[in-house]
Design a protein around this ligand. Structure first.
Ligand SMILES: CC(C)(COP(=O)(O)OP(=O)(O)OC[C@H]1O[C@@H](n2cnc3c(N)ncnc32)[C@H](O)[C@@H]1OP(=O)(O)O)[C@@H](O)C(=O)NCCC(=O)NCCS
Length: 333
């Protein structure tokens, strides 16, 4: 590979799917190895958007071959940087990271000079904590370390002494009952999300948690769109009020590869917190996944969210990887 200085950087919309296909195949293998995540569905979505010349971002070219890419998605006055990746083939990790840093630099410069864009969010799940700190910090971003945690669902690994060994509760506080998710819960869920995340650090990182409309978009992406694995209705659980018209807690789970589930959301409104709801939702989810022949369940959590991290550790989840979430907001005026 030529030195990073000889690379060319071009708008992603110049390219078609076939130019990026080998890179995304390589990236998919890394997602699978590092996070047990079958990235092929997400990769094919990215390729569809590239093919339609709808995806904003940059490609890095080495002697005419695409060796790296970065993309973002616009949502009103916000941009979300979805991914950055440079090929590791034939180069060491640091050379690939150097290309990723240049891609980030370019995209940030573009975004920060885009009129009416007041917010940029990103979570680079595949990449380790601190690896891409430089350009984000220089551009005035705030960084939030996050953890990728995993629970082994195979029997010998279960924490036998913990509450995991007890039968699962079917009834919860407020006269509520635990039951699997049903499609009618979709409309009841934004309210749970906005109340659980009011004033919470995660709603700084993801402003969808701050409004009903934002929470609806979040749910749409998780439940109806295959961007973050395939939604697993049977392993998603709620604590429903006796009349089934309100939820006192919810957990959403997706299948991210043949034997692995991923908790994409778990939240409980403040008035029902610290009464065992979070623990029960997680235990029901683990039992459903085990019954569905999954061998592991994963989740991500902001390191600063100490009580959630404590809960997951207590249930046997272990940290496998740490990564960063990034946020930039334009100063008013
Ligand atoms: C994280 C979250 C889902 C946990 O849900 P929860 O229902 O409060 O969880 P639990 O009640 O099972 O456990 C929380 C704590 O309450 C304690 N607790 C449980 N039942 C209790 C009871 N009857 N009396 C006193 N304490 C109790 C637990 O021991 C645990 O204590 P710890 O913080 O010292 O470990 C919830 O706090 C939440 O929605 N937070 C905002 C959103 C969020 O952070 N989601 C996770 C993102 S990764």
């Amino acid at each position: 590979m030529t030195s990073a200085l000889q690379l060319e950087f071009l708008d992603l919309r110049h390219f078609s799917a076939q130019h990026l296909h080998p890179l995304l195949e390589e990236e998919s293998a890394l997602w699978s190895q590092r996070l047990h995540w079958d990235y092929r569905n997400s990769a094919s979505l990215v390729l569809q958007y590239v093919e339609s010349h709808l995806l904003s971002g940059y490609a890095a070219l080495d002697q005419g071959r695409v060796c790296g890419y970065i993309f973002c998605i616009y949502e009103n006055n916000k941009a979300v940087i979805g991914d950055v990746f440079a090929s590791r083939r034939g180069v060491d990790e640091s050379a690939a990271v150097a290309i990723e840093l240049q891609l980030i630099d370019r995209l940030l410069e573009t975004l920060q000079h885009t009129p009416n864009l007041s917010r940029v969010e990103s979570q680079l799940l595949l990449h380790s904590h601190d690896l891409h700190r430089g350009p984000f910090e220089q551009a005035g971003f705030h960084l939030y370390p996050r953890l990728f945690m995993e629970l082994d669902l195979r029997p010998p690994e279960l924490p036998q002494t913990s509450s995991a060994a007890r039968p699962l509760a079917t009834e919860g506080p407020g006269g509520g009952h635990y039951r699997p998710w049903s499609s009618s819960d979709f409309d009841l869920s934004p309210q749970v999300i906005t109340s659980a995340y009011a004033g919470h650090i995660d709603s700084e990182i993801n402003d969808q948690y701050l409004s009903q409309g934002g929470a609806q978009r979040f749910l749409h992406n998780i439940v109806r769109f295959p961007g973050c694995g395939i939604f697993e209705e049977q392993a998603s659980w709620v604590l429903a009020a006796p009349n089934n018209e309100t939820l006192f807690g919810l957990l959403l789970c997706s299948r991210v590869s043949a034997g692995v589930g991923h908790v994409t959301q778990v939240c409980v409104p403040p008035e029902f917190q610290r009464r065992g709801v979070g623990e029960n939702l997680l235990q029901h989810c683990a039992a459903s996944l085990r019954a569905g022949e999954c061998h592991a369940v994963t989740l991500t959590v902001t390191e600063q969210n100490a009580s959630a991290v404590r809960l997951y550790r207590r249930l046997g989840y272990r940290v496998q990887h740490s990564f960063d979430a990034m946020l930039w907001e334009k100063r008013p005026g």
